[in-house]
Design a protein around this ligand. Structure first.
Ligand code: NAP
Length: 276
C-alpha cells in the first residue's frame, strides 16, 4: 500500500511515497522507471532546476496525465530574488512542458532576503503558475523567520534529509512542522545509496521485520519514515524493479516501530540541520 494523506494545509490528498529524480540520467531506463512509478500510483514527483535533465525527462512521462501528478520543483537560492524566482519558475515550466507546478520550493536558504523570495512565490501563485510554495533544508530558526513574512498556510512543506541513520529532524523540525500543519518531505530515504548493511544489527532487524511481512528491508525502512501523518518520502529509483519495490509498504505494528526506533537511535540534537 501507498497511503494518501493531506499535504500540509492543502486541500489535496497526496501519496506518502513519491519519486525523487536527482541524478536520474536521461536514458530510456530512467523514463521507464518514472512511468512505472506513476502506473503504480507514485504520483508525487520531485524535481528541481538543479537536477540537470530531470525536468526534461519528466515532461513526456507526465504528458497526458498531468492532473494525476503532484509536481514539485525548486528554485536555486542564487536565483531566488523576486524577479529571479519568477524567471526560474517560468523556465522550469517550459522544461516540464506544463502550465503549473503544484508546489514550488526554495531549495535551500541563500543570500537573497526571504521576503524577496516570498514575493516571487506570491506573484507566481496569483498568476496560477504554481499551486502553492514551500521550502527545503530549513531549520527551525529559518522557519520561524519565514513565518513572520508568509501568509497563513504557507509554507506548505519543508523538504529535509531524513533516513533511518539520520533522524536529526525529529528533535525540532518535525515537531515544528506538525504543530503548524506543514508537510515534512524526507529526502534521501535510503541514505542516498548508503542503506544499512544486512549484517549490521539494524540491518538484521530490518530483514526480520521484512520477512514477517513478506516484503524487503527497504520497504520496511520507508514504512518507518512515513509512520506519522505529516511525513512523506521521495525515494529515487532509476530502475523499474527498484521503483516497483518502493511503491508499496507494509503496515508496521507498534512493537515493530518501537524496535526500529531503538535499533536506529535518534541521537543528540544536531547543532545545525543535517543536509546531504
Ligand atoms: P535515495 O532515494 O536515498 O537513494 C537513491 C539510491 O537508492 C539510488 O542509488 C537507487 O538506485 C537506490 N535504490 C532506490 N530504490 C532501491 C531499491 N528498491 N533497491 C535497491 N536500491 C534502490 O537518494 P536521493 O536520490 O539522494 O534522494 C531521493 C530524492 O530526494 C532525490 O532524487 C531528490 O528528488 C530529493 N533530494 C532533495 C534534496 C534537497 O536538498 N531538497 C537533496 C537530495 C535529494 P537506482 O537509481 O539504481 O534504482
Amino acid at each position: 500500500m501507498n497511503p494518501t494523506r493531506r499535504f500540509g494545509p492543502l486541500d489535496r490528498e497526496v501519496v506518502a511515497l513519491g519519486q525523487g529524480t536527482w541524478q536520474m540520467g536521461r536514458d530510456r531506463g530512467a523514463a521507464a522507471a518514472l512511468r512505472r512509478g506513476l502506473e503504480l500510483g507514485m504520483t508525487h514527483i520531485d524535481t528541481a532546476e538543479l537536477y540537470t535533465g530531470s525536468e526534461e525527462l519528466i515532461a513526456p512521462v507526465i504528458a497526458g496525465q498531468r492532473e494525476r501528478v503532484f509536481l514539485v520543483s525548486k528554485v536555486l537560492p542564487q536565483n531566488a530574488s523576486r524577479k529571479g524566482t519568477v524567471a526560474a519558475c517560468e523556465q522550469s515550466l517550459r522544461r516540464l512542458r506544463t502550465e503549473r507546478i503544484d508546489v514550488y520550493l526554495l531549495h535551500w536558504r541563500g543570500s537573497h532576503p526571504l521576503a524577496e523570495t516570498v514575493a516571487g512565490f506570491e506573484q507566481l501563485e496569483r498568476e496560477g503558475k504554481i499551486g502553492a510554495w514551500g521550502v527545503s533544508n530549513f531549520d527551525v530558526d529559518d522557519l520561524e523567520e519565514l513565518a513572520t513574512l508568509a501568509k497563513p498556510g504557507r509554507p506548505v512543506c519543508n523538504q529535509v534529509l531524513y533516513h533511518l541513520e539520520e533522524r536529526g529532524i525529529e528533535h525540532a523540525v518535525l515537531p515544528w512542522c506538525e504543530s503548524r500543519r506543514v508537510a515534512l518531505v524526507g529526502y534521501s530515504p535510503f541514505g542516498s545509496g548508503r542503506f544499512p548493511s544486512p549484517r549490521s544489527p539494524g540491518g538484521k532487524l530490518l530483514g526480520e521485520i521484512a520477512a514477517a511481512h513478506g516484503v524487503t528491508p527497504r520497504q520496511v525502512a520507508l514504512a518507518f519514515l512515513v509512520r506519522r501523518p505529516a511525513l512523506f518520502a521521495i525515494p529515487k529509483a532509476g530502475k523499474p524493479e527498484h521503483v516497483a519495490e518502493n511503491a508499496s509498504i507494509p503496515a508496521l505494528t507498534p512493537a515493530e516501530l518501537e524496535k526500529l526506533d531503538a535499533a536506529f537511535p535518534l541521537g543528540r540534537q544536531p547543532r545545525s540541520l543535517p543536509t546531504l
